[in-house]
Design a protein around this ligand. Sequence first.
Ligand code: SAH
Length: 467
Amino acid sequence: MNKKEDTLFHKDELLEVTITDIGNEGEGIGKVDGYTLFIKDAVIGDVVKAKIMKAKKNYAYAHLESIVTPSPCRIDPKCRVARQCGGCQLQFMTYEKQLEFKAGKVRNNIIRLGGFDAAQVDAAMEKILSMDNPFRYRNKAQFPIGTGRNGQPVTGFYAERSHDIIPSTECYIGTKENQQILQTILDYMKANQVPAYDETTGRGTVRHVLIRKGFSSGEIMVCLVINSHVKGGDYLRNQQAFITALRQIKGMTSISVSINNEKTNVIMGTEIHTLWGTDTIQDTLCDLTFQISPLSFYQVNPVQAQRLYDKAIEYAQLTGKETVWDLYCGIGTITLAMARHAAHAYGVEMIPQAIQDAQDNARENSIENADFYVGKAEEVLPEKYEKEGIHADVIVVDPPRKGCDQMCLETMLKMQPDRIVYVSCDSATLSRDLRILCDGGYQLKKLCPADMFPWTVHVETVCLLSR
Ligand code: SAH
């Protein structure tokens, strides 16, 4: 039943409000008579007119109608589709303010959710790792292809929480080449009457374009994700024209198709066919070379990833004698970087293909003191500890957003490594886990936020805990 709530303000009411805070999703927060408004795209310090969209008892979501007085932190975004696109949330905020917001978010969470003393957190906290040039940092992009109103193929970005394509080939966090590549693909589709895939009917061919670039090698990979029922022969109509056009682009190294015939939101299909060039491109991170295929997991901001890993290595304080366990190791980037400075490094990761890549990467880089295990950290670690009595001087964890499993944390506490280095992409679950580890005998020594994704609300953190 939809009972009308008794609220101070109602839907469609227009209010003038001063923005005094920033929400977790980057939205502006303001109060009118003690009633809280959450306003997307409003910047702290703005005075705005906002229209109530959804009113609750104590708060409402409101739409930014106009800006009465802009905040000193407000800027004009470079991007034409900043308000419609669901990708970046902080495009109206100066980069300085974004950094302050992110560092503050980490600090607040650790104090409030982790129950740490503010003075202790401030003493441990280092300056956020920021980018000198916060644009063009992504080495990977996935663009959906659809059909525009005029019947022609279009590409761009999904509008927030939808699958409507906002036509745009220019994104300032992606590489310069993306635009030319996308235009080349749209031109090929038009000239050869290759239709875009239609999500509702399941008909049509081209679903997505995946573009990756090795920033240190300059090598570019294009993988066209297609709905294709071709048996033998070419995957695309006039495939040679497609290859010839793309090959002209400077740096092009690998052109492939990925077959995805499923009615699904998953972008990539599992079957990949290289049409021209090599199956992988190469990149360098922490002086290690990596071969990247269309399906490989790889850090999307290599400049900041390098700095984050350098910080993790610094926190690990390796002298060459240590045994290091790297949990949630992905393709082994941190494991291999640590192995260089340790006696032995072990990586644990649940995706078998990632472990395969990690082993290949170890071989490619002639690293012989690293071993990898497939499985869940919370299963592999206890098993190795109970059955084989493994030892660790340093344990590194880099879990997904939901943080570490309880069992994993308990085993870490039993193993009593001298140091734990926690790399996190969610400061709320990080705070929860730090509390458990510190209640178990560890001390929070250092922590450093890192801005891996400028213009978005995301922030990474690396922490050092000692016994
Ligand atoms: N440290 C890596 C990847 C971190 S991303 C790097 O910097 O490149 C987190 C990784 O944890 C992913 O590869 C994901 O597949 C893996 N993962 C998620 N849950 C896991 C679990 N319970 N046990 C082990 N690995 C897990």
